[in-house]
Design a protein around this ligand. Structure first.
Ligand code: NAI
Length: 485
């Protein structure tokens, strides 16, 4: 029986390994992590991440051919193929701080593999890493290995999207495997291809050299994020001219060269990957002397920051230029619907912006705990992607006072001056907005950062409504634009 071990039981390691185990009953898969609480959660009834369909997949093969363990070393020693799916956050200090990928977790995983491996291993980069990381990993492994133990490094970046991870894994657009162009390298590529070929059609399994595979992941995320920043930039122009961004996106997306997906304007992209991977790409370009290319990609992140700031300014300027002491209901905190993941969610910057203007926030998200929200509002930028157990953070008194986290949107709306929709959860579409309106201070505002609700219906109730990129209410049209500071 082939044995697979995956280091890192996170949003990628957990679901991807569960899918391999589910599709390949003849393979034993063990997912290991240094975080004991995370492993305990994977072994419990309440999995550590929320992902539609994940429960069924995990529960159908857990303790049959899928195992979760914190006994990292022994499972590494036992396995033929080792996936490394640890976090690769943005560096917070030193050379490249704020841009370069922090490979501390990756390096320590590689050193551990070298330390405990007594037989040949295929080591698979599942994490998103800078191009040429495989070369560094090879050096670490080969300089620290026992005599006679050989390693083959493969790059097999993950393209799943949170919220649809299980569908993406069951029916991927493509699986990408990069390896060395040597007979041993190609043998390793074939071995990994054999695993995926159990359920993925062969023509969707792409094999390339190592560097193409590593760079393709960064390129894919950069181009996806660029699409969002492009439509978000258009949304600002739509608001200024009276065009409707949904109509523009529809018309543009009908062009088969462009296509309709990923053209929804919003308060900005979030998630653990887009910003981090683009900044990493910017850094790699700079290191290669490609200043213009670096500046081009940096602009994608800058437009994203602009979009969040623009949203905050719109809220404050609409509410008589001050939200001080005003209660604002924040609907949604996760970076998108169908996930509880809050990493780099635009809600953080918007909430911090409103708190900066002394608003009182009441936050509701169906999948995000109070503890997580408080942590997110008090953790410094870029620290969030370091494992939580390594970055202690305690809510400040200020955040305790100014922020309440609620499980009842109707209760939370009582006495609120405004509502900010930060996540497009389906349930927000079917709330009883008349009931909400009745309990609010007047004038009552809705600022829809996701174009999740029908502005015309809300206007009929009496709300003053702002929807990203849509024609503005007369109320907002006449207001001077707040400066973007
Ligand atoms: P995560 O933070 O959810 O999981 C990483 C896990 O690795 C943590 O549980 C951490 O405790 C563990 N870990 C760190 N160092 C370790 C070590 N030395 N030994 C054992 N465990 C260790 O991160 P996530 O979201 O799963 O991302 C992992 C990688 O996959 C990142 O490089 C990310 O960029 C990439 N990726 C993420 C996607 C996503 O949607 N979240 C999609 C595609 C790629």
């Amino acid at each position: 029986m082939v044995k697979i071990c995956c280091i890192g039981a996170g949003y990628v390691g957990g679901p991807t390994m569960a899918m391999i185990a589910y599709k390949c009953p003849d393979i034993q898969v063990v997912v290991v992590d240094i975080s004991v609480p995370r492993i305990n959660a994977w072994n419990s009834d309440r999995l550590p991440i929320f992902e539609p369909g994940l429960d069924e997949v995990v529960k159908s093969c857990r303790n049959t051919n899928l195992f979760f363990s914190s006994d990292v070393e022994s499972h590494i020693a036992d396995s033929d193929i080792i996936f490394v799916s640890v976090n690769t956050p943005t560096k917070t200090r030193g050379l490249g701080a704020g841009k370069a990928a922090d490979l501390t977790y990756w390096e320590s995983a590689a050193r551990m593999i070298a330390d405990v491996a007594k037989s040949d291993k295929i080591v698979v980069e599942k994490s998103t890493v800078p191009v040429k990381t495989a070369e560094a990993i090879e050096k670490i492994l080969n300089h620290n290995s026992r005599d006679g133990v050989n390693f083959q490094i493969l790059s097999n970046p993950e393209f799943l999207a949170e919220g649809t991870a299980i569908d993406d894994l069951a029916d991927p657009d493509r699986v990408l495997i990069g390896g060395r162009q040597t007979p041993e390298g190609q043998k390793a590529v074939a071995a990994l291809k054999g695993v995926y070929a159990k359920w993925v059609p062969e023509d969707r399994i792409i094999t390339t050299n190592l560097w193409s595979a590593e760079l393709s992941k960064l390129a894919a995320n950069a181009i996806l994020a660029q699409r969002i920043s492009s439509i978000n930039a258009m949304s600002a122009l739509c608001e200024a001219t009276g065009a409707n961004v949904s109509e523009v996106a529809y018309a543009v997306g009908k062009d088969t060269r462009i296509g309709p997906k990923f053209l929804s304007a919003s308060v900005g992209f979030g998630g653990s990957c887009f910003q981090k991977d683009i900044l990493n790409l910017v850094y790699i370009c700079e290191c290669n002397g490609l200043t213009e290319v670096a500046n081009y990609w940096r602009q994608v992140v800058q437009i994203n920051d602009y979009q969040k700031l623009r949203f905050v300014n719109r809220v404050v300027s609409s509410m008589f230029n001050t939200v001080s002491g005003k209660k604002i209901l924040v609907l949604g905190f996760a970076f998108k619907k169908d996930t509880g993941d809050t990493r780099e969610t635009p809600a953080i910057d918007v909430c911090l912006g409103l708190l900066g203007d002394k608003a009182k926030l009441s936050i509701y998200d169906p999948q995000v705990s109070e503890d997580q929200i408080r942590r997110d509002l008090t953790t410094s930028k870029f620290d969030w992607d370091h494992p939580q157990h390594l970055v202690p953070s305690s809510p400040t008194a200020k955040s305790k006072e100014m922020v309440t986290v609620t499980w009842d949107a109707y209760e939370a709306a009582k006495g609120a001056h405004g509502i900010c929709i930060m996540t497009e959860w389906d349930e927000f579409k079917s709330l009883d907005y008349q009931r909400i309106y009745d309990g609010m201070e007047k004038p009552a505002f809705v600022f829809d950062g996701r174009n999740a609700v029908n502005p015309d219906e809300l206007r009929k109730i009496g709300f003053i409504v702002y929807s990203i990129g849509k024609p503005l209410d007369a109320w907002m049209k006449d207001l001077p634009a707040a400066p973007l500071t």
